[in-house]
Ligand binder design. Sequence first.
Ligand code: SAM
Length: 210
Amino acid sequence: MTAPTVYRSEMTEAQVEYLTDLVASEDFAGAHLEVGTASGMTLARMIRALPAPHDPAFVVVDNMRYFPDQMDTVRGNLESHGIDPDRVEFRVGDSGDAFEAAARAGDSFDFMVIDASHRIRKVTGDLRWTRLLNPGGVVCLHDYHPSFPGVVKSVHRFLRRHSSYERMPSVDGLVALRKTGPSRRPEISWVDRAWAAGWHVPLTIARRAN
Ligand SMILES: C[S@@+](CC[C@H](N)C(=O)[O-])C[C@H]1O[C@@H](n2cnc3c(N)ncnc32)[C@H](O)[C@@H]1O
């Protein structure tokens, strides 16, 4: 008999606790977003930590191609945490397309977790979501670690170019940035995307060599 697959949060307990403490203490009135949910286990913990009900509880962007029956798994895991999955707004598709649709719709968020593809082109592309982050809001990126140079390089460049974001104290492997004021220009431009494209091949070669 095959053992049932056990899905867990892909974050460490310290990282999940950091996020749950953050959403609880900040008590943001605006919308909450997770880009990349896997089995929804971190999502469930964050929703349970929200001090006040939100409608939707969270917006989740994911292409749901991570493993078979991903959506059913996420919904089941939310239910097992006592959360009605219909309280989550799932936007199934590529994060880049979802960003463009959200920008067109005029969406805004107070809290974001970005944890989808860790390739440099994708991370830099996903940092476009910060355009929709309200001043005072917080964006967290997972796997901010030397094993994921695409995340580290994208975040460093972002911080160098945007003085309206400051790093918050956080735990290893998770970086949190607060938007301290409005940005005068779009956070990610075609120049940033070209820079990320230029790093794609060297980082791919380095990853294969290791
Ligand atoms: C590392 S997992 C997320 C882990 C999750 N945040 C957690 O804490 O357990 C990455 C997720 O991002 C999704 N993903 C990867 N690339 C994507 C893309 N380009 N657009 C939308 N979702 C994507 C995958 O389907 C997967 O569910």
